[in-house]
Design a protein around this ligand. Sequence first.
Ligand SMILES: [Zn+2]
Length: 57
Amino acid sequence: MKVKDPVCGMKIKIHEAAEKFEYMGKEYYFCSKECSEKFKSDPNKFIQPSKKHGCCH
Ligand SMILES: [Zn+2]
């Protein structure tokens, strides 16, 4: 099972995640400690509705 690192957007496997953080009842996984620190300092900045204008994958 793969998850997305909300900070850098990298796809990682859960068991390979460097850090895990629970926020608002959801679990988030990070590729590195650095990403998790960024997330913890301002989670709302990284949790965005998928409606955001931007690329289309
Ligand atoms: Zn990352």
